[in-house]
Design a protein around this ligand. Structure first.
Ligand code: NAD
Ligand code: UDP
Ligand code: UDP
Length: 325
């Protein structure tokens, strides 16, 4: 039980939709697969290079007649016949996207170009999972979609945030120049079961540290904020955006805002260890979700306090550490 199964109808109203999910072996992608597979009219194809994703996230679908999994790197051309493309392929955690920054920007630019070329050839609708990182270290708070952002073009995060900004530009240029049907979601920090245990993002770090009875590593100053959305709410927003009438960009995230010190207290009352931060870390982040609310009828349902225990249960199972009686 992780809250995902209860939401929505599986998306895709039309008959016999063939849906491609790039990055579908990853955290959000695999939950999106679960959701879309619930509609018996959908055929789902995942392409993934397994850089940060895993076949394990899709094990319940391997061998299913309406499901196909292809090892493929989106920086290479891809020829398939599909009706919709959810384009998620891209490492999302700072430690992974900084690991090989040139590959990250290639994934964002060449990967998105290839998926747009595919969408153009077959007339598919394409949704890009962009990010709140396009707002950089924002000078407007909360962030609305009309804010253009405050991004360092040459910093260590630029491969990701500038990469996603170019990806958004490509989406709009293909839309204007070639009439491609596009959707852009600007995703804010998302958490839930199946996140990589050691992927370095804050919620997964704190939960794994609490289970291992290690101190929680709060990066300085600890007063920086983020807004955390549970994965079932995120998937619901993405499907509504894809199946709705609006191109976006639309913010999808939970406006509940926490400092990292507050988050540490939500996870568990254990020792906190303050550690050095990384360059260009945004000081605050909170989505304005009026557009998602008005245009998609969407708002998140799961509060941080209710979502964290689902994730803790999943991490305990994977780490083989039962809850103490
Ligand atoms: P994830 O790392 O779990 O998933 C990304 C998937 O893409 C992985 O399965 C990975 O193997 C695959 N991938 C990476 N590069 C690839 C390539 N070149 N070719 C094919 N596959 C490739 O991350 P996630 O959290 O599920 O994020 C999914 C999407 O959502 C990403 O586009 C990310 O930028 C966006 N996003 C996520 C968050 C978040 O908080 N999780 C926030 C903002 C945006
Ligand atoms: N592309 C792809 N699959 C397709 C069609 C195109 O991967 O089904 C790639 C193609 O290799 C190219 C990119 O998408 O690199 C952009 O294609 P487009 O037709 O827009 O541009 P062109 O090929 O004219 O440069
Ligand atoms: N962070 C932290 N401890 C950790 C990992 C991250 O305090 O072990 C902080 C980090 O400094 C940032 C916030 O948590 O301010 C969110 O970081 P994350 O890498 O999860 O995502 P980001 O929003 O930066 O992409």
């Amino acid at each position: 039980m992780n809250g995902v199964e209860e939401e929505g109808d599986g998306g895709g109203d039309q008959a016999n939709m063939r849906i491609l999910i790039t990055g579908g072996a990853g955290f959000i992608g695999s939950h999106l697969v679960d959701r879309l597979m619930r509609n018996e009219k959908n055929e789902v194809i995942v392409v993934d290079n397994y850089f940060t994703g895993s076949k394990d996230n899709l094990k319940q679908w391997i061998g299913h007649p309406r499901f196909e999994l292809i090892r493929h790197d989106v920086t290479e051309p891809l020829f398939l016949e599909v009706d919709q493309i959810y384009h998620l392929a891209c490492p999302a955690s700072p430690i992974f996207y900084k690991h090989n920054p040139v590959k990250t920007i290639k994934t964002n630019v060449m990967g998105t170009l290839n998926m747009l070329g595919l969408a153009k050839r077959v007339g598919a609708r394409i949704l890009l999972t962009s990010t709140s990182e396009v707002y950089g270290d924002p000078l407007e708070h909360p962030q609305t979609e009309s804010y253009w952002g405050n991004v360092n073009p040459i910093g260590v995060r630029s491969c990701y945030d500038e990469g996603k900004r170019v990806a958004e530009t490509l989406m709009f240029d293909y839309h204007r120049q070639h009439g491609i049907e596009i959707r852009i979601a600007r995703i804010f920090n998302t958490y839930g079961p199946r996140m990589n245990i050691d992927d370095g993002r804050v919620v997964s770090n704190f939960i794994a540290q609490a289970i291992r009875e290690e101190p929680l590593t709060v990066q300085l100053p600890g007063t920086q904020t983020r807004s955390f959305c549970y994965v079932s709410d995120m998937v619901d927003g993405l499907v509504r955006l894809m199946d709705g009438e609006h191109t976006g960009p639309i913010n999808i995230g939970n406006p509940g805002e926490f400092t990292m010190l507050e988050l540490a207290e939500t996870v568990k009352e254990v020792k906190i260890l303050t550690v050095e931060n990384t360059p260009d870390d945004p000081r605050q982040r909170k989505p304005d979700i009026s557009k998602a609310n008005e245009l998609l009828g969407w708002e998140p349902k799961i509060k941080l306090r209710d979502g964290v225990p689902f994730m803790e249960e999943d991490f305990r199972q994977r780490l083989c550490v039962p809850k103490k009686a």
